[in-house]
Design a protein around this ligand. Structure first.
Ligand code: TYD
Ligand code: MG
Length: 470
């Protein structure tokens, strides 16, 4: 019989080595390698010569008469949209986020909403006592909700309890880091335990048809390895993010086997829990100083939903040899590209200027469609001319200076019109103008060289020269 061999697993990255080392060679972290028993891993039974493989039937891909898996809608629209139309029965979902961001609050609200629809909902807390969970629910005005609670950390006990009685629709495990399984010989909180516990709970979800939600803490620098490992095992990963000191919370799809991943849900943390923000554009544009040079409104899209945000730029002559470039909420290399295109194709010299660019409201914009708004903000700040308060911008800027069309132009214009904007600077190759709502005047722009003239910037000092195409 093969000798049972211990393996050494890095708790940071999950790399396996055959002997203990002070430093993990895979990720470079110190003191993260811990001995784990190999007896519980894949292939362990084979080594012990336990049994022969069982023959099973293969199904045909073409058999499409199976209905789509049923969805469990919570009625919290911002949550349902991000999950792709509700939780999927029999699936496992990981909700990640920094401690204190509001994961437990969001989930107890989701539980209460489902329980109100006469669904069996179970909330297992491994961190807080039942009284604490109850206290939070009372604070949220959900004290009378028929959600079943427990403070437990043993997965075997949890699975045994849940398998009894009516099948639950939704099970919350808060958090996966606190769970442990007695079949795994490792301390609670280690990668081995987190992985083992997640495996057992995911198996329970598949077999019972309940939707299981695992909560995972992630620190800013991704120190805790547990949830990273779990990400590969679950069907969907959502991340709950917020701006430090602000009440705004964004729920983002990171991975979803049953839906899109580019949707966001917007919430506001209030004294009575998380409130849905149905119209985030007005929130992101609130407290806007309309007369300020350097501000341009970008008509963006987050998934299927249009979202208007303000780009703010500050361009000032630099006293440093290498001017500063600081970006918040946007891609720094994208800014360098826009600056280079403005210099080369529009004759706008920014090489001797410090540039600060920020997306207001703590949002992270990932779309290339924001190029035109960023360029407009830069030119506006440099020339000290405020942009018209009722205009929006969108369009991707190519390295040649050509403004390329972007997807979903009509939806962007419609949202802008809805919020009272009257002008839009858009790619010339975009949808025909008649696609724009009547109340908004679309100004198609073919090349970046036209932007400075359009903003009304005259060459101030030496900063502006007429460009090649200008
Ligand atoms: P919590 O859901 O416990 O965070 P997590 O589970 O992600 O660690 O939320 C903790 C924070 O939310 C805490 O700082 C207090 C705040 N909060 C409110 O502002 N209003 C509320 O109604 C609740 C319940 C919490
Ligand atoms: Mg919590």
């Amino acid at each position: 019989m093969a000798k049972s061999q211990a393996s050494f697993v890095c708790q940071n990255c999950g790399a396996v080595t055959s002997r203990w080392q002070g430093r993990c060679e895979a990720c470079g972290e110190w003191n993260t390698i811990i001995e784990e028993s190999a007896a519980s891993g894949i292939g362990a039974q084979q080594a012990a010569g336990a049994r022969k493989g069982r023959v099973f039937d293969l199904a045909s891909l073409a058999a499409t008469d199976r209905p789509a898996p049923p969805r469990i809608l919570t009625g919290i629209n911002e949550l349902d949209r991000v999950t792709g139309g509700g939780f999927v029965a029999g699936s496992a979902l990981l909700l990640g986020g920094e401690p204190g961001i509001g994961k437990s609050t969001l989930l107890i609200q989701a539980c209460a909403a489902l329980a109100a629809k006469n669904r069996r909902v179970v909330y297992i807390s491994g961190e807080e006592a039942v009284d604490q969970v109850r206290l939070r629910a009372c604070r949220l005005g959900l004290g009378q909700s028929p959600v079943e609670l427990a403070a437990e950390t043993s997965v075997e006990d949890i699975v045994a309890t849940l398998s009894r009685g009516e099948r639950p629709s939704l099970v919350i495990i808060d958090s996966i880091q606190t769970m442990w399984s007695s079949v795994i010989e490792a301390a609670p909180g280690t990668v081995g335990q987190v992985r083992g516990a997640a495996q057992a709970l995911i198996r329970f979800a598949k077999m019972s048809g309940a939707a299981v939600i695992l909560v995972g803490h992630v620190t800013k620098d991704g120190q805790i390895a547990g949830p990273r490992v779990v990400e590969h095992m679950v069907d969907a990963v959502l991340s709950f993010e917020g701006e430090g000191g602000r009440d705004l919370r964004l729920l983002r799809g990171v991975k979803n086997r049953f839906g899109p991943t580019d949707e966001i849900g917007v919430f506001e943390m209030t004294g009575r829990g998380l409130a849905e923000v149905a119209n985030p554009s007005s929130l992101f544009l609130s407290a806007r100083d309309e007369a300020a040079p350097g501000a341009a409104v970008f008509a963006g899209m987050e998934g299927s939903r249009p979202l208007l945000v303000e780009f703010q730029a500050l361009v000032a002559p630099s006293t440093l040899g290498t001017p500063r470039r600081a970006v918040v909420g946007w891609d720094a290399s994208r800014l360098s590209m826009i600056v280079a295109v403005l210099e080369t194709h529009a004759g706008i010299k920014l090489g001797q200027h410090d540039i600060y660019l920020s997306v207001a409201g703590g949002l992270r914009v990932r779309e290339p469609a924001a190029d035109l708004a960023a360029a407009a903000a830069l030119i506006s700040s440099l020339s000290n001319i405020a942009l018209a308060a009722d205009s929006v911008y969108f369009g991707e800027i190519a390295l040649s200076g050509v403004i390329r069309s972007v997807a979903q132009g009509p939806a962007r214009l419609k949202e802008a019109a809805k919020l009272g904007f009257r002008h839009a600077t858009i790619p010339a190759a975009a949808e025909r103008e008649d696609a724009a709502p009547k109340s908004i005047a679309a100004k198609p722009m073919r090349h970046i060289s036209g932007l400075a003239a359009d903003i009304g910037s005259k060459p101030p000092r030496t900063a502006l020269r007429s460009g090649r195409h200008g």
